[in-house]
Each structure stands twice: as structure tokens, then as C-alpha cells.
Design a protein around this ligand. Structure first.
Ligand code: ATP
Ligand code: MG
Ligand code: MG
Length: 555
């Protein structure tokens, strides 16, 4: 999966290997288990695990590390879903599964080391005072009254913090760096806080928890990570990352490198916002097929290869931008076109009766499953007197527009894999709407052109007597605008209220037989669909639309 031209990160890694800076490459994907992974995370997964694969000859590896240092938002459900999603995307961490929470004792020792060296102090100012005393870009911070207390005093206070003798907000541990730094992250950042909250892994063992900026570099160093790849918003934190590595007793010196986040239009992409959509029941759950989560995309029928290919296409840069969802859809179609078998399904059925076909005659026609893949074989399609065609394929007009090649009164059309039929009569309901077409079939047109005339249109159909009914969920974009967060107080104002339409479709029988959960297929001329992972059963298939065909009706 490696891109042809090396990006800046792959150049650095190549040079580090060539120059003997490292013997191999060790990367990590470090999610916080506070939500399900989204397609933005896929970019990081593909990068980190991809680098390990590309450098496998040198013994490279990629760790899956749960960055679980904030017990209030984390859970085992998220831990499980993240593992499932990474595996489904096609990556394997082998034995390299880690939890930051397993380092709590080591983090604590590092904090004590800083205290002993006069590089950290327990601050008993209120959170409000700490914020105010941090100063501004033009004004240095004001030292806390606790800033110069002795290592012995700080040791004792920090032990008391650990022992639970303070309430939340009564004390924090701060690194003693530089209150006048132009980089606000270096103005004595808080590195430990009190949280009386049970942790999904360590239970009630701790009531003090390290902050990301302190814990993350230590985690990387403990695991001998060589290249710690993170998104651009951490660029300003890098000096602090390096300060922690310099000043703590660590076994290795990882290097942080930043790259641009993946953003995609017509959706939101942060776990916090996705959690709101779930909690406020705007969607059915984290894996709702409209969600940009990996489990949502999976349930939508997106193949993992398409996600990987999309991540490769967007590439790695140093500037943030938003990718067009159309680019992602292109990658999805590209993969599905090659791999998914074709079947016929009618989403909006209109009955057709072939008046010159015997009522009890059923022929078995054969059709190949995938023209892109001869190995896929073929299928049998029953053909009889009663059929369904797509309502949209009939135009109730004696004089249809010149370019309209489908069915109309008095016109002919080819039924795919079958015969040419002619619409002789339209049966209407009281309001005048067509409810059935009486047609004749030209018996001499199976697999050959009709005598003396050209029939240009080809439409899909199913046997009305031998089809299978199935609900089909037609998903649309979850938001109506490209940037749901622009120009509104709250992004949920831009939700697309018509993002799901359930229709009752008619499937050719072979499609119903094939419909094991997660089977991805093409409904000919309609789009790509998947049998729902959770709700579809062989007796009661339920399909989700993954994506439409590029140009479904231009035929
Ligand atoms: P969110 O803001 O969506 O909650 P996060 O960055 O807080 O995401 P983490 O669990 O901390 O989520 O992320 C794990 C890894 O995935 C991090 O290394 C992070 O940089 C990376 N990552 C998260 N979002 C994106 C994105 N949109 N594009 C690329 N990488 C991302
Ligand atoms: Mg986060
Ligand atoms: Mg974030």
C-alpha cells in the first residue's frame, strides 16, 4: 500500500534508517478510548501500521496503545470497538497491545523525579487563579506562592494527592519550566490533576491522573517508539514533549512529527460531536451507516480497501484541508466495481404483465455475476409472465423526449439478460396513475437483436412471482451543507432530516440467497448495497445502500 512518491514522514524515516539513527522503526497508534474511531483515525492507522509493514524487513512494528488517562470519558466498550475496527481495516498489532494506564506507577515515579530535581511543584491555587496567573502573549505569568517550595515539601504534598487527601481542584502538580515563555504550553503546565473517578482499567487504585502532555512522551519513550506521529495541533506542544523526555529518566528518545488531520466535507469528525449525535439520537448508534465512524462505514458496506486507498490518495502534508466526500465515494465505487457481484433489484416496483407469455411457464435465464471478474461465475434468473420494473423506467407519455430510451406507451425496451418487450396498454388507478403495464414480448430476442429495428434501452426487472421482498435503506448525507459547523450556533442545525428513506424492494431470488450479513453487491443500474451486518438474515434480507452508481439513469 505504500505510495510511490515518498512523503515527508517517509523521507525522514528512510534517512534515519540510512544514517543509523535507528535500526528499525517503531510507531504507535494511540487512541483515547472515549468514543468509536472515525475515518480521520483511519488516516493515522494507515500511516502508523503502514510504516511498520513497509519496514518489516528491519523488524519494524506498530503498537496499538490505548491512551487511557482520563477515566471520566473512557470505557471498555470503546476499547473493544477500537480493536475490532483496527483489525477490520486490515492491521495487526501482534503482541504490541498497550495501555497507558498500565504505566501509572512509572508516570508517578517520573513525576517524583521531577520533584526531586526541583522541576515540578504542587500548586494549591484554584484552577481559576492558575489560569489568570498564566499571563498572556505580551505578559509573563505570575509565579504561584507554591512555586519555590522545597522538593521535600512537594514530595509530601504529592504523596497526599495520591493518597486522596485533596478534593478535585484543590491541588495540581505543575512542571517548573518558564513563566515568561512565548510558548504558553511551557508556562509551568499542569502535569497531574486530581480526579476521584473510577478508571476502566485501574478501578479505584488512583485518584491522580497525568495530563496528556506529560503522559504521552513518557508512553512513547517507555515503548521505544522511534517516530511519534501526531496531528498538527500538537506542533506547539512539541517543546514540552521534548522537555519531558529530557528531564525524566526514560529508556529512549522518541521524536514527535506532526502531519495534517483528515477532514471530509458534509460531516463532522470529532468524537465529542459524534457522541452528541449518538446521545441525542440523531442516529441509531455509533455504527449507524450515516456516521463517519469506521464501524458506521463498515455497516454502510464500505470495504476496508476503499478506506485505505482513500487515505493513500489524500496523502500527508503539513497544512490542514478538507477532502471532498466525492473522492472517498470514488474510491468506494472503484473497489466495489471490481469485487461485488451484480444482481437485479427493483426499489420502486411497477407491475408488468406479458400478455403473450404463458401463465405457468417459467424460464431460467442465466447471467454472469461480475463482468469485471470472470471467476465469479453466473446465476439463474427466473422469467415469467408477471414482472416488476422500476417505476422510474416507465415514462407515461406517448411522445417521450428524444433521448429517452426506456419504456413508454407503444415503445420497446430490452429487459436485461432477457427479451425485448413492448408496452401495449397502461392500466391506471382512479386517479389516473399507472399501476400495471400490459406488454408483449418478442420471443425472438433472447440474446439477439430484434428483426429490422434498433432497441436502445435496457432496464432491470425481477419476476413478480419468484422475487423476494426486502426492506432497503437508502442513506443520504447526514448533513445538508459542506461544512456543518459554519454559520450556525450548533452543527446539529444542519442535520439532513431526510438522510434515511426505507423502501420495500423486490429482489431476484439469487440475491436473497446470497444475502449473508455484510455481503456487498451491486444492484444493477441502481448502486452498491450491503446486507445489514446486524439486522439482515437469510430469511429476511435487509440491504443498506452504500453508494449510488455514478450515473445511474444515463442509459
Ligand atoms: P477527536 O478529536 O476526533 O476526538 P482525537 O485526536 O482526540 O480525535 P485520539 O483518540 O486522541 O482522538 O486519536 C488517536 C490518534 O488518531 C491520534 O494520534 C490522532 O492524532 C489521530 N487522529 C485523530 N483524528 C484524526 C484526523 N482527523 N486525521 C488524522 N489523524 C487523526
Ligand atoms: Mg481526544
Ligand atoms: Mg481531539
Amino acid at each position: 500500500d505504500a505510495p510511490e512518491k515518498l512523503d515527508f514522514i517517509r523521507e525522514i524515516i528512510r534517512d534515519d534508517l540510512a544514517n543509523g539513527v535507528h535500526e528499525t522503526t517503531v510507531t504507535r497508534f494511540p487512541p483515547e478510548p472515549n468514543g468509536y474511531l472515525h475515518i480521520g483515525h483511519a488516516k493515522s492507522i494507515c500511516l502508523n501500521f503502514g510504516l511498520a509493514e513497509e519496514n518489516a524487513a528491519t523488524g519494524a512494528r506498530c503498537h496499538l496503545r490505548f491512551d487511557d488517562t482520563n477515566p471520566a470519558k473512557e470505557s471498555d466498550e470503546y476499547v473493544r470497538s477500537i480493536q475490532e475496527d483496527v483489525k477490520w481495516l486490515g492491521f495487526d498489532w501482534g503482541d504490541n497491545l498497550f495501555f497507558a494506564s498500565n504505566y501509572f506507577e512509572r508516570f508517578y515515579e517520573c513525576a517524583m523525579h521531577l520533584i526531586d530535581n526541583g522541576l515540578a511543584y504542587v500548586d494549591r491555587q484554584s484552577p481559576e487563579e492558575i489560569r489568570q496567573n498564566r499571563g498572556t502573549l505580551t505578559q509573563p505569568g505570575t509565579p504561584s506562592p507554591d512555586r519555590d517550595s522545597s522538593p521535600e515539601a512537594n514530595r509530601e504534598l504529592f504523596e497526599k494527592m495520591r493518597a486522596g487527601e485533596f478534593k478535585e481542584g484543590e491541588a495540581v502538580l505543575r512542571a517548573k519550566i518558564d513563566l515568561a515563555s512565548q510558548n504558553l504550553n511551557l508556562r509551568d503546565p499542569v502535569i497531574y490533576r486530581i480526579m476521584h473517578h473510577a478508571h476502566h482499567n485501574t478501578g479505584d487504585a488512583w485518584c491522580i491522573y497525568p495530563m496528556y502532555d506529560f503522559a504521552h512522551p513518557l508512553e512513547d519513550a517507555f515503548e521505544h517508539i522511534t517516530h511519534s506521529l501526531c496531528t498538527l495541533e500538537f506542533e506547539d506542544h512539541r517543546p514540552l514533549y521534548e522537555w519531558v523526555i529530557e528531564n525524566c529518566p526514560v529508556p529512549s528518545k522518541p521524536r514527535q512529527i506532526e502531519f495534517s488531520r483528515l477532514n471530509v466535507n458534509y460531516t463532522v469528525m470529532s468524537k465529542r460531536k459524534l457522541l452528541r449525535l449518538v446521545a441525542e439520537e440523531c442516529v441509531t448508534g455509533w455504527d449507524d451507516p450515516r456516521m463517519p465512524t469506521i464501524s458506521g462505514l463498515r455497516r454502510r458496506g464500505v470495504p476496508p480497501e476503499a478506506i485505505r486507498s482513500f487515505c493513500r490518495t489524500v496523502g500527508l502534508t503539513k497544512f490542514n484541508s478538507t477532502s471532498d466526500i466525492a473522492l472517498f465515494e470514488h474510491a468506494i465505487r472503484d473497489h466495489l466495481n471490481k469485487t461485488s457481484p451484480r444482481y437485479m433489484a427493483v426499489l420502486d416496483p411497477l407491475k408488468v404483465t406479458l400478455t403473450n407469455w404463458d401463465e405457468d411457464r417459467f424460464d431460467e435465464l442465466r447471467a454472469i455475476l461480475n463482468p469485471e471478474d470472470p471467476e465469479a461465475g453466473d446465476r439463474a434468473i427466473p422469467f415469467g409472465r408477471s414482472l416488476f420494473i422500476e417505476r422510474e423506467d416507465f415514462l407515461d407519455d406517448e411522445n417521450p423526449p428524444r433521448k429517452f430510451f426506456r419504456l413508454a406507451p407503444g415503445r420497446e425496451v430490452r429487459l436485461r439478460y432477457a427479451y425485448v418487450i413492448k408496452c401495449e396498454e397502461v392500466v391506471r388507478d382512479e386517479a389516473g396513475n399507472p399501476i400495471e403495464l400490459l406488454c408483449t414480448v418478442d420471443h425472438d430476442t433472447l440474446g439477439k437483436n430484434p428483426e429490422g429495428r434498433k432497441v436502445k434501452g435496457v432496464i432491470h426487472w425481477v419476476s413478480a412471482d419468484r422475487c423476494v421482498d426486502a426492506p432497503v435503506r437508502l442513506y443520504d448525507r447526514l448533513f445538508t451543507v459542506e461544512n456543518p459547523e459554519a454559520d450556525v450556533d450548533d452543527f446539529t442545525e444542519n442535520l439532513n432530516l431526510e438522510s434515511l428513506d426505507v423502501v420495500h424492494a423486490k429482489l431476484e431470488p439469487a440475491l436473497a440467497w446470497a444475502a449473508k450479513p455484510e455481503t456487498r453487491v451491486q444492484f444493477e443500474r441502481v448502486g452498491y448495497f450491503v446486507a445489514d451486518r446486524h439486522d439482515s438474515t437469510p430469511d429476511h434480507p435487509i440491504f443498506n445502500r452504500t453508494v449510488g452508481l455514478r450515473d445511474s439513469w444515463a442509459k
